[in-house]
Design a protein around this ligand. Structure first.
Ligand SMILES: [Fe+2]
Ligand SMILES: [Fe+2]
Ligand SMILES: [Fe+2]
Length: 506
């Protein structure tokens, strides 16, 4: 459907790509890119793992492949923020206006997107062979004088039936358009609208950096913009091809404060990404916290390749589980309170809602791992009610809760620890990753004093210790994630040995 619509109208969609939870997470991960983009305004394409991660999502590549074929490069990525009443007059994107085509842009609304804040197009204008800017320049119309009326006048000289359309689009939905189409926007809502722009080209199309964005145009001959191959093969004769920014950066040892369980007026959901990356035993681990208003749910039942652990930090959650997307097979609803957690195996359908009267705060760990999955004796869905445990068996020693082997992990273990003031253990390193969710009290760890709720992640081989500092006992959940042997496991073992030797020597 995309190809036909792209050929005929010059745009396709909206197509639903991301749910609310993913939109919030993408926003927080791309916003975390510090500083200006490298090389040129759209240079994040080649420099940012966060942008690259979204831009190489198979769901998005499936949208552009019918139009561009198998060999595709990504040349531009940006976050487009439009304040209330911001106008972006009709234009043709100058980098992709080459009359022979071969450029496709994917625009995805992430925040406050609707028809009155989204994009408008002149369908069919990709075939006019001329840009709005050139026509305006010839007619002596400046950027400030350009309007829907002047644009329509110009369009009707090419096609008397030309019109302006404004698709009904929402957060998480994509509009896919030909690089030559005339488009613009006017945010008529009372909110800041944020969208993601991902720009692709056929591998044989040279991408150029404009010297200026006004008419008459001029392009730089050097430097050539860096492009990244996201499907098939690139062509060095056409473009400067660079390596993809590392999809998985190595995670460091870290302490992460959880957000306050509060929402802005009118907001029903907020999500904060704490970290994502690779560790010595995991290819990809991601962690975020979300806040949900009473009665609301972040998304419909969904399932994915990754395994997940969901911990309720405060409030009351009702988890919805099923074996199908409609919730008609083996549906189950389970209530959980603070300190309780659930484990979802890969491809388990799940979602949740806030069943309490106050905002619900929960934290999720989500991971996949190297190589082939191992489903022999792999763990099933589990609900572990650890919230009621307020005292461990012996001071400082964790009460074991649950231990399994999973699709992606050799061993996944959980225990709860309660420490009186001054109790704890000295820094050491483990052969597995350790995630610690501090639910009550405060502790000293990694050289700082941290108050609950907080999360500590210690990749295999990194040094960590903990000591309770609060008058009330410090209570925390510990998850140990041990991946299967991998090329990186040997490195982890070496780190582990060196760290422990250094500790003994000191
Ligand atoms: Fe544009
Ligand atoms: Fe999920
Ligand atoms: Fe440890």
């Amino acid at each position: 459907m995309t190809k036909q619509a792209l050929d005929d109208q010059g745009y396709a969609g909206p197509v639903s790509v991301f749910d609310a939870e993913e939109c919030a997470r993408i926003l927080s991960s791309v916003r975390a890119e510090a500083g200006p983009p490298p090389t040129w305004p759209k240079g994040w394409a080649a420099g940012s793992p966060a942008f690259h991660r979204v831009a190489s999502d198979p769901r998005i590549l499936d949208l552009v492949r019918p139009a561009l074929g198998d060999d595709i490069v990504l040349w531009g990525t940006s976050l487009i923020v439009k304040a209330e009443s911001d106008i972006h007059p009709f234009h043709t994107d100058v980098e992709s206006m080459a009359p022979e085509g071969g450029f496709v842009t994917v625009w995805i609304g992430l925040e406050n997107t609707d028809r009155s804040s989204g994009l408008k197009f002149v369908p069919g204008s990709h075939r006019y062979g001329v840009t709005v800017q050139e026509l305006n320049h010839r007619a002596g119309i400046g950027r400030d004088q350009s309007s829907d009326e002047t644009t329509l006048d110009a369009a009707r000289r090419h096609d008397p039936a030309a019109e302006i359309v404004q698709p009904e689009v929402h957060d998480g939905e994509a509009l896919v358009f030909d690089g030559r189409i005339w488009h613009g926007s006017h945010n008529k809502t009372k909110a800041v609208r944020t969208a993601l722009l991902l720009q692709y080209a056929r591998a044989d199309r040279p991408v150029r950096i404009p010297r200026r964005y006004t008419w008459p145009l001029a392009f730089r001959t050097s430097p050539k913009p860096p492009v990244v191959v996201v499907s098939g093969a690139g062509q060095r004769a056409a473009n400067r091809i660079v390596r993809a920014p590392r999809r998985s950066r190595q995670l460091g040892n870290g302490a992460h404060l959880l957000p306050v369980a509060r929402l802005k007026p009118g907001e029903t959901f907020a999500s904060f990404q704490h970290f994502w990356g690779a560790t010595p035993t995991l290819t990809d681990i991601e962690c975020h916290s979300s806040i949900l208003a009473p009665g609301s749910s972040p998304h419909a039942l969904h399932q994915h390749l990754e395994e997940e652990i969901l911990v309720v930090v405060s409030g009351t959650a009702e988890l919805h589980i099923a074996d199908d997307a409609l919730g008609s097979v083996n549906a189950e609803r389970v209530r959980m309170g603070p300190g309780d957690f659930a484990y979802y195996p890969a491809h388990q359908h799940h979602t949740l809602s806030n069943a309490g009267e106050t905002p619900l705060l929960y934290t999720m760990l989500k991971w996949t791992n190297y190589g082939k999955p191992d489903d022999r004796r792999a763990a099933r869905l589990a609900f572990v009610r650890a919230g009621g445990i307020v005292r461990s068996a012996a001071p400082g020693i964790g009460a074991a809760l649950w231990q399994v082997r999973s699709r992606w992990l050799r061993r996944l273990h959980a225990h709860v620890s309660v420490l009186a003031r001054g109790e704890g253990y000295a820094p050491h390193a483990d052969r597995y990753d350790v995630a610690i969710l501090l639910l009550a009290g405060s502790v000293e760890t990694l050289g700082r004093d941290v108050v609950a709720p907080a999360l500590f992640y210690h990749p295999a081989g990194t040094s960590h210790g903990i000591r309770a500092t609060s008058v009330e006992p410090a209570r925390y959940l510990v998850f140990e994630l041990a991946g299967r042997p991998s090329p990186f496991a040997a490195i982890a073992r070496l780190h582990h040995r060196l760290a422990n030797r250094a500790r003994r020597a000191s």
